[in-house]
Design a protein around this ligand. Sequence first.
Ligand SMILES: C[S@@+](CC[C@H](N)C(=O)[O-])C[C@H]1O[C@@H](n2cnc3c(N)ncnc32)[C@H](O)[C@@H]1O
Length: 376
Amino acid sequence: MYKIDKITNTIIKGDSIEELKKIPKNSVNLIFADPPYNLQLEKDLFRPNQSKVDGVFDEWDQFESLKAYEKFSLQWIKEVKRVLKKDGSFWVIGSYHNIFKIGNIIQDLGFWILNDVIWVKSNPMPNFMGTRFNNAHETLIWCTPHKDSKFTFNYREMKHFNTAEDEKQMRSDWIIPICQGKERLKDDEGKKLHSTQKPEELLFRVILSSSNPGDVILDPFSGTGTTCAVAKKLGRQYIGIEMDKSYHKKSVERVNNVQSVDPNLLNFNIRKNEVKVPIGTLIANELFTIGEYFYWNNGMNRAALKENGTLVLESDGFIGSIHKVSAHLLDKKSNNGWTYWFVKRGKELVSIDSIRKQYIQEHYTDKDEEIKSLFD
Ligand SMILES: C[S@@+](CC[C@H](N)C(=O)[O-])C[C@H]1O[C@@H](n2cnc3c(N)ncnc32)[C@H](O)[C@@H]1O
């Protein structure tokens, strides 16, 4: 049996069922699992222009039968229940191929489901054959090990993270782009390392909503290390388990390069626009850095950015959303903070609104034209 402090902040190379068995019971605060999907893809998929689709054909996703997948799922989820603290949280993500089986097992094992969250992909891969609906989402189940678990839910943090419609509750449909660009890990030949690397923003929401700084976060199928990287960034401890040698190596390198946020910034207690991108999305995508200064009126005032998207005004310590703090400075009840704040980029002061608009342009463009061209 491992000693928990000996394995925290490491990614274990090995089989998750075997490794989970060695983790002490009631030792982990949050488990996020992104298990094999059991996609059952039997033959290559081609686009109308005959180019091959980059689907999930990996060995780790192959199971002899649905029964074999069910048996495997039961084994690891039983271990999840054992290692999770009584008041801990369990999150699991999947697609229509596996999420119903997993949901069934979860309920049979006595977990208590709190929410299912739909990850709506703002830029999904098209259904190239045009034979079904475009599969544009995945489902996350959030549950506790028991009905009476006193789980963590950072309700206010999530409201603030959602800074666009001030003080609106965060909903259970999360619109987030698939992982792409510089966030996507490459292999030594410069090709996509992993077929199902999750976007950091998804983990940002999971970890920020249902754990506290210092908590132990475990991912039994850690792949490229997304969960571990975000946990470290947000001042949590992490344990990853991954059986593939190359994913393991690259994930360790990735996590080693992550800087933790100053814990003082994490302990403070914190809205969308035309396309409604919340400030939390821009933080999670590293367009803003936790702790950096937002400048007001050519630098007359400045405020530090917190991980949950609030600002802490330097002059009087006032804390609130970008809107609240700008209203406070103008002595008004409300104000649109997007057009009032600037950040330093090199020697220049750049409007946060221009950064947000650039992000929207890159991630929320209508893919219809692109898809149509494939069928021409
Ligand atoms: C869906 S992927 C997870 C991707 C990950 N969330 C990320 O963002 O990179 C599932 C991962 O589980 C690993 N895996 C599958 N079966 C495993 C097992 N029995 N033990 C450990 N890892 C396993 C695979 O190698 C794969 O990297």
